[in-house]
Design a protein around this ligand. Structure first.
Ligand code: EPU
Length: 420
């Protein structure tokens, strides 16, 4: 296991290239299962642990996978898939493996996927996925920790989400793409990654309308084909680096980052006194003064993303004034507050709310990452802290950020990776 050791207080200047989006590439990789003809060539695939986990699942199912990390390209042939079971050993490593259920069901009429286990963010059930599959014609049962779904052919129908589920929307879209009828998703998630998946499926030959809105319509087609696709840039990685320069001070150019994916967090950054300018091929972010406090409530897209809540809490910890954060998406996503307190933050958590009274400076300490974004928040906090911070269990961060230490080093941070 590795740890990250950061000497805070260094200004950041330079350019960071924002790579492909984890939460876009994961469903796209699952979507390659739908191609009965030809290869899918996916570019802009980040070299991170969660992508490796999904590629392992695809190999287990029988797909031929060729991954060239250096060029960030994956080539997949799903022609010979003959196994429809994703085992617990793999699904427990990453919940998003559950995304193979929809395409297996859509193409082969059967799928058996281990029920994802517990999660530090909350219960995270998959009931909405299951209800969705049932409402478009699948028979779903639950046995010995596995969800089994069958359908001679997906007939279509209306999948209604009580609340927008990001991967739930994607799973139903994937299942419906090869159906006999029309699948309609009501109260769909509107995230940019859902749109990216729809664009990929359309390139494969699917007929999908409305992605990016709360109502998506998928008209099933007979076959889908391999294609070439470039995944969208990772808005959460871009948002994290924007927070890094906000806390450390300096000027960063985040190449490929798009304002349209980050409207709400960028609005909050500007409220805090950070300058953000959309340039032709990226975002210029700079900060020279002490941050101002801000109030944030997380919400499904286009609301403030729950995934950036932790990094903003790190900013609020050193802002001038009192900030309030309300987490409405996950019931248990305040774990990073305790670690930020170890760095000297003044945070009071009451259930899904945190009141943060900004202090002048955080100070270095030993802390531990508990999930991807909690870990990212500790990196952000450490960059702005006085002294040395060591962040244990860096593997959580590596699940979602490609070489975060090298990227930050290249813009002036004093950060190194050591064995724990
Ligand atoms: N929910 C249910 N039942 C379901 C599905 C979801 O009750 O069947 C609840 C969840 O428990 C949660 C809420 O609905 O309280 C929203 O969950 P959602 O389904 O939208 O989350 P997800 O699809 O499992 C994706 C991202 C997460 C991100 C959330 C919210 C991927 C692979 N994962 O998860 O990303 O936090 O949407 O935007 O796209 C991360 O990248 O670090 C990460 C955790």
């Amino acid at each position: 296991m590795d740890k990250l050791v950061i000497n805070g207080g260094k200004r950041l200047t330079g350019r960071i290239g924002i790579g492909g989006s984890k939460n876009s590439v994961l469903p796209i990789l699952a979507g390659t299962i739908l191609a009965s003809d030809g290869e899918c060539i996916i570019d802009n695939v980040p070299n991170i642990r969660d992508i490796d986990a999904m590629l392992k699942v695809l190999k287990t199912l029988g797909a031929e996978v060729n991954h060239d990390g250096e060029s960030h390209r994956v080539i997949i042939s799903a022609k010979n898939i003959a196994n429809f079971r994703a085992p617990y050993e793999l699904v427990r490593q990453m919940r998003a493996s559950f995304l193979v259920m929809g395409p297996l069901l859509g193409r082969f009429g059967q799928a058996e996927v281990s029920l994802p286990g517990g999660c530090v963010l909350g219960a995270r059930p998959v009931d909405l996925h299951i209800k969705g599959f049932q409402s478009i014609g699948a028979v779903v049962s639950d046995k010995e920790g596995y969800i089994r779904a069958t359908a001679e052919k997906i007939r279509g129908g209306e999948a209604f989400f009580d609340r927008p589920s990001h991967t739930g929307t994607e799973n139903i879209m994937l299942a419906g793409a090869l159906g006999n009828g029309i699948t309609r998703i009501v109260n769909a998630a509107c995230d940019p990654e859902v749109v990216d998946l729809a664009n990929f499926l359309i390139r494969m030959g699917a007929r999908i309308q409305g992605a990016g809105s709360t109502f998506i319509e998928i008209e099933g087609v007979e076959r889908l084909y391999g294609c070439h696709y470039d995944a969208m840039p990772d808005r959460l990685v871009a948002g994290t680096y924007a927070c890094a320069v906000a806390i450390a001070g300096g000027e960063l150019f985040l190449e490929n980052a798009r304002e349209s994916d980050l409207q709400m967090p960028l609005m909050k950054l500007r409220d805090m006194g950070v300058d953000v300018i959309q340039m032709e091929n990226g975002l210029a972010v700079s900060c020279q003064n002490r941050l101002k406090s801000v109030d944030i409530t997380t919400f499904p897209f286009p609301g403030f993303p729950t995934d950036l809540q932790s990094c903003f809490m790190a900013l609020c910890a050193v802002s001038d004034g009192v900030s309030n954060i309300v987490e409405t998406v996950f019931e248990n996503r305040m774990g990073h507050a305790m670690e930020l307190k170890r760095l000297g933050a003044d945070i009071r958590v009451m259930g899904d709310r945190a009141v943060i009274s900004g202090v002048e400076h955080l100070h270095g300490a030993s802390v531990m990452a508990s999930d991807i974004r909690a870990g990212a928040a500790l990196v952000v906090a450490a960059l702005g802290a006085k002294g040395t911070t060591e962040i244990l269990r860096a593997y959580h961060i590596d699940r979602g950020y490609e070489n975060i230490d090298e990227a930050l080093q290249s813009v002036g941070a004093d950060i190194k990776r050591l064995a724990e």
